[in-house]
Design a protein around this ligand. Structure first.
Ligand SMILES: Cc1cc2nc3c(=O)[nH]c(=O)nc-3n(C[C@H](O)[C@H](O)[C@H](O)COP(=O)(O)OP(=O)(O)OC[C@H]3O[C@@H](n4cnc5c(N)ncnc54)[C@H](O)[C@@H]3O)c2cc1C
Length: 427
């Protein structure tokens, strides 16, 4: 029996964990439909992860890309939100254990996404900055700005270098976008704001274990990204793996980079509460599902978005862990549940919308099928796609105006340390 209060309902109860892209679009499709949807998330907001790098690099304030779940579902009485951290699933009793109590379900939908993967490197995990939440994005912003303040306040050159070197690990879109934004910050803002630090000391390093940047994109896009970043002054190290980090020095084979700012974008692993002992766990710790998003081993538990691994002929390694796949999973499962009889459910088919990555403020690369765009056209498409993906007209307007302003002024106005970050073990 639930001891968390949920209003009574005549409809079957779907408990949905996660208000990310998959969960949000799933719940939206079931608004005012004959199900009670109990939406649980540890935050009371939805996060627009593709623009985290702008928060981390002082381009946007966090509230521009986080949206109140209660506001999204206001006046929608069949969607009940509870802010809670789900810790365990009792699949026999059909109950969830959360930090606010227990909650019963008829159907359970897991939309819990993914978290940072440090591949077992405990020292790297302990000292580096993860990049999977708005909180972590703000921590990165604070840490970098705090380190620049410390650098201004010392005459010790070795210490100054350690404080001004930023090392980003992972050459996927998140790493490339972050590196481009920091490089532009250096080019356009650093000299003025930090006139008491030698500008030559501020260096951005991008480390990628594979042979190219943006490995999931075309060769053309990878090459363009590398060229643009190098022109912006980013030190790109390909075929280079991080071997260790003690909070002061990054170990890369024989090479060492002194840095107190290591940002980890190099890997993710799916996350979900304990208790799914019968589930088959696939690559990236994902839950294997059938083509109807049903988790293998269970009859009334479903997984959507980054946490789900669905192998099909067209996608033998599962779908990419990107927002469009999560949205499509969520919408498709909701439509199937509305059909009722599982014998009439339709198998999921992924529509690949292509891939985009922006590099600095005015350039991006884009692959859609065989088509490829770069430079300003790529950036314009990137900006349009992202603006239209943001929830709510007012939010779009706010982000749009901010971009137009910074596009012409090159100023990142949000260089504020609102919440001080204290890195463990480093004083
Ligand atoms: C920095 C970054 C940049 C990205 N850029 C792009 C991009 O440009 N384009 C693109 O398509 N994709 C991008 N992605 C990937 C994209 O954001 C993900 O694929 C997408 O968010 C997956 O959606 P999801 O709903 O599966 O999970 P998420 O959006 O991660 O949502 C999971 C939700 O579950 C909640 N949750 C998890 N565990 C629990 C629990 N135990 N109890 C309660 N709540 C819980 C979390 O709080 C979260 O709200 C990016 C990701 C990152 C991190």
């Amino acid at each position: 029996m639930s001891d968390v209060y949920i209003p009574p309902s005549e409809h079957p109860r779907i408990v949905l964990i996660g208000a990310g892209f998959a969960g949000l679009y799933f719940a939206k499709k079931l608004r005012n439909k004959p199900f009670q949807v109990v939406l649980i998330d540890k935050n009371n907001f939805h996060q627009f992860q593709p623009l985290f790098y702008q928060v981390a690099t002082s381009g946007l304030e966090p509230d521009a890309i986080t949206f109140s779940v209660r506001k999204i579902f206001r006046n929608c009485t069949n969607v009940i939100f509870r802010m809670a951290d789900v810790q365990r699933i009792d699949t026999e009793g059909q109950t969830l254990e959360t930090d606010i109590g227990t909650i019963d379900y008829d159907y359970l939908v897991l939309a819990t996404g993914a978290t940072n993967n440090f591949y077992g490197m405990d020292d790297v995990e302990a000292h580096s900055m993860g990049f999977k939440s708005i909180q972590e994005s703000l921590d990165i912003r604070s840490l970098v700005l705090q380190n620049l303040e410390k650098a201004a306040n010392t005459s010790d050159l070795a210490k100054k270098e350690r404080l001004t070197n930023i090392v980003i690990v992972g050459g996927g879109p998140a790493g490339v976008e972050m590196a481009g934004a920091f490089a532009e910050f250096h080019k356009f803002n650093f000299r003025g704001d930090y006139h008491d630090i030698d500008p030559g000391l501020f260096k951005v390093f991008l480390i990628e274990a594979g042979p190219s940047l943006l490995p999931a994109m075309s060769k053309k896009s990878s090459k363009s990204a590398l060229n643009v970043l190098e022109r912006l002054g980013v030190h790109v190290h390909l075929n280079t793996a991080v071997e260790g980090y003690d909070g002061q020095e990054v170990r890369l084979g024989d090479t060492r980079i002194a840095s107190e700012s290591l940002i980890w974008t190099a890997g993710i692993k799916a996350q979900y509460p304990f208790g799914l002992e019968r589930a088959a766990v696939a690559r990236g710790h994902r839950l294997t599902t059938d083509q109807f998003n049903k988790v293998q081993g269970y009859t009334n538990i479903y997984a959507i978005g980054d946490v789900a691994y669905m192998e099909t002929q067209a996608w033998p390694d599962g779908h990419p862990q990107v927002a469009p796949a999560a949205i499509q999973h969520g919408e498709h499962l909701a439509k199937n549940l509305l059909i009722g009889d599982p014998a009439r459910w339709k198998p999921f088919k992924y529509f690949d919308k292509g891939a985009l990555a922006t590099i600095g403020k005015k350039r991006a690369v884009m692959d859609v099928g065989k088509a490829h765009a770069k430079g300003f056209i790529g950036w314009f498409i990137w900006a349009t796609v992202h603006l239209f993906s943001i929830s709510g007209f007012k939010n779009r307007l706010r982000v749009g105006v901010n971009w137009i302003n910074s596009y012409f002024s090159y100023d990142k106005r949000n260089r504020l340390i609102i919440r001080k970050y204290e890195k463990e073990g480093v004083k």
